[in-house]
Design a binder for this molecule. Structure first.
Ligand code: SAH
Length: 400
């Protein structure tokens, strides 16, 4: 049996039910030589004094050397555990997620399946799109796929394990069909009455930024009659929301031409007047300055950039980038105009983000009301023991 014995004192985070064992916390590993090199093998984690702490998936190459399956000594790691976790996650979404068929079905650690992300598009006739981002879920892949099909009634499962985090676990990047049919380039999804084409094969992550659903709804509710600027628009999520909410017009910026092609398609799918939507294939930092030079002003601006801080080492540089776009955004707003501003960098918490935005307001020479603090949707549950899951934060501001 593979046993991980921690250094003295290093049991504290596990006793608080935090599900990670860092390599630096490990005193000694006991087991057969073949177990000690087996990616994803189940290990018992013990305190220095020999107390049972958890059963965890062992990842021989990762800094996060093991991820907890269970803190319960009498719970074995087997098919039944996988099935129970999937069942629970599916039931939670069935009760809580409304007005969409684009759902984050499994949110990794927060659903007791460390490193597994599953997004579900289009209901039973649609696709389950999976990212296996840790050694443990990689080893249990076929059990997971079986459980997903059984619990959802959706037979099409596609793998998008091409996120760079796989490399930290020593896993190769792979994509492809795991069950059922190959998805086309346009998997249909509907959110808050808006239709989107999702390219699950080639789109970012699993094809769509499901986490922003509630925030897109909020923009929809405030868009009526407004001139809107959507920065980092990807396939036009916030732009379509604004048009649905009755925006006068929307300018959207993204540096990915492929994303903008899908965005234009989404305008067509929803039958909107293409003249109301202008798409700029360009850099946001540059374009915000151009718009200011052109003397443009807006009533509603969305800033939803990619993750500027990949880890805590990049926080300073990322903070400068967030501050820059927020300062420019605030300057481009009319009086009483609304700014919806986000950060998806886990290394920047909500307090720090608010301070950065406050600094941006100072530099822009404006005062702003904080109307709302924003986060990811309910299908990205935040748990008490895993603060890392709370990566998306945002503010709804009004220029005074
Ligand atoms: N708001 C979107 C998701 C945004 S993802 C939604 O609701 O679906 C971030 C986007 O920023 C990506 O589409 C990426 O292509 C784009 N991007 C990254 N850096 C950029 C830059 N410097 N200028 C313009 N777009 C950029």
């Amino acid at each position: 049996m593979l046993t991980i014995i921690l250094k003295a004192g290093k049991e504290k985070s596990l006793l608080r039910r935090h599900p990670w064992v860092y390599s630096s916390s490990i005193h000694r590993i006991e087991g057969k030589p073949e177990e000690k090199t087996k990616s994803g093998a189940t290990a018992v984690v013990q305190s220095h004094a020999g107390q049972f702490l958890a059963r965890a998936a062992y990842s021989p190459q990762s800094q996060i050397r093991a991820r907890v399956w269970t803190f319960n000594e009498s719970e074995p790691v087997d098919h039944a555990l996988i099935k129970r976790r999937v069942q629970k996650a599916v039931a939670y979404r069935a009760t809580n997620v409304k007005d969409t068929d684009a759902i984050r079905l499994i949110f990794a650690e927060a659903d007791g399946l460390p490193g597994l992300v599953v997004d579900w598009y289009g209901g039973r006739a649609g696709w389950l799109v999976c990212q296996f981002q840790s050694a443990g879920v990689e080893l249990w892949k076929s059990a997971i796929v079986q459980a997903l099909i059984a619990e959802t009634g959706c037979a099409n499962v596609y793998e998008r394990s091409d996120a760079a985090v796989r490399e930290r676990e020593g896993l190769p990047l792979v994509t492809g069909v795991l069950a059922g049919d190959m998805p086309g380039t346009e998997t249909p999804a509907e959110e808050n009455g808006v239709r989107y084409a999702v390219d699950v094969q080639k789109g970012h992550k699993t094809g769509f930024y499901i986490d922003q659903r509630d925030n897109r709804r909020l923009v929809m509710e405030h868009a009526s009659g407004r001139e809107v600027l959507n920065c980092f628009c990807y396939t036009g999520g916030f732009s379509l929301a604004a048009l649905t909410g009755g925006a006068k017009n929307v300018i959207s910026i993204d540096s990915s031409g492929e994303a903008l092609t899908v965005a234009r398609r989404n305008v067509e799918l929803n039958g909107f007047d293409a003249a109301k939507a202008e798409w700029r294939d360009d850099d946001v930092f540059k374009t915000l300055r151009t718009l200011r030079a052109e003397g443009k002003l807006f009533d509603l601006i969305v800033l939803d950039p990619p993750k500027f801080a990949a880890s805590s080492e990049h926080v300073d540089r990322a903070a400068r980038a967030y501050k820059d776009i927020n300062m420019l955004g605030l300057r481009l707003l009319r009086e009483n105009g609304l700014l919806f501003t986000y950060s998806c960098s886990g290394a920047i918490d909500a307090d720090l983000f608010q301070k950065i935005v406050a600094g941006a307001a100072t530099d822009a020479g404006v005062d702003a009301r904080i109307l709302k603090r924003l986060s990811a949707g309910i299908d990205h549950p935040m748990t008490t023991s895993f603060p890392e899951g709370e990566y998306l934060k945002g503010l709804m501001l009004q220029k005074m």
